[in-house]
Design a protein. Structure first.
Length: 221
């Protein structure tokens, strides 16, 4: 059973990639697999909107996962030790804060998106902004996703420890606080990154940007 699952997980996708690659090669269509063309033909607004969506989605998913792990543990352990139910709700709050981090970054990044004329979409500064918001949103989302899971597991451990020995609650809570700070690092870092000016606002690059403003990509007509 393990061999079969490994085949479908790794072997079958690899087989499909090889078949598609050989087909493109022997039919003379190898140039159709062009990553650069895909990156430049895709609208910068699509990259930016996708980054904002990934930021919100991963952040909320991480918070929900953490609340699921912590909440189920608090409810189950609270049956044997009802005293832990109230003070361990702080773990739920820590998990919810992770989602708020993603919402804050999503709002900041959304403010960077504004309407432009159709002929000015594929410019160098719009590519810069689109790619920056995409990778920034993806990084913040993954950071908050992992932070939410970390806080959830730590909160679950805090509830179990508190049920066994009340003296352990504060000690485990310190670990949970440090886990929650990891999401705050991502918030601070990419809030600062959002204030970095686009390449068009840098004087040394302004002349070059103006020269390619109308046709920033050879694949866009």
């Amino acid at each position: 059973m393990g061999l079969l699952s490994s085949y479908y997980t790794y072997g079958f996708p690899t087989f499909l990639v090889i078949i598609i690659a050989l087909y493109l090669l022997f039919t003379g269509s190898g140039e159709s697999f062009n990553v650069g063309q895909f990156l430049e033909e895709t609208s910068p607004f699509a990259w930016a909107a996708t980054g904002v969506g990934l930021c919100l989605g991963f952040s909320i998913l991480g918070a929900a996962w953490g609340i699921f792990v912590t909440g189920s543990t608090i409810l189950s352990a609270g049956i044997r030790a009802p005293r832990i139910s109230t003070k361990n709700l702080i773990s739920i709050i820590f998990c919810e804060v992770v989602a708020i981090y993603g919402v804050i970054i999503g709002i900041v990044y959304s403010a960077k998106i504004s309407a432009v004329e159709a002929g000015q979409i594929y410019t160098a500064e719009n590519y810069f902004t689109g790619f920056a918001l995409f990778w920034g949103g993806l990084t913040v989302g993954l950071c908050n996703f992992l932070c939410g899971i970390t806080v959830g597991i730590a909160g679950s451990t805090a509830a179990i420890s508190d049920a066994a020995d009340p003296a352990l609650f504060v000690k485990v809570l310190i670990v949970e606080v440090f886990g929650s700070i990891l999401g705050l690092f991502g918030l601070i870092k990419f809030t600062a990154a959002a204030s970095i000016p686009a390449a068009a606002s840098i004087p040394a690059a302004a002349e070059t940007i103006n020269a390619v403003r109308e046709f920033a990509s050879p694949y866009v007509y």
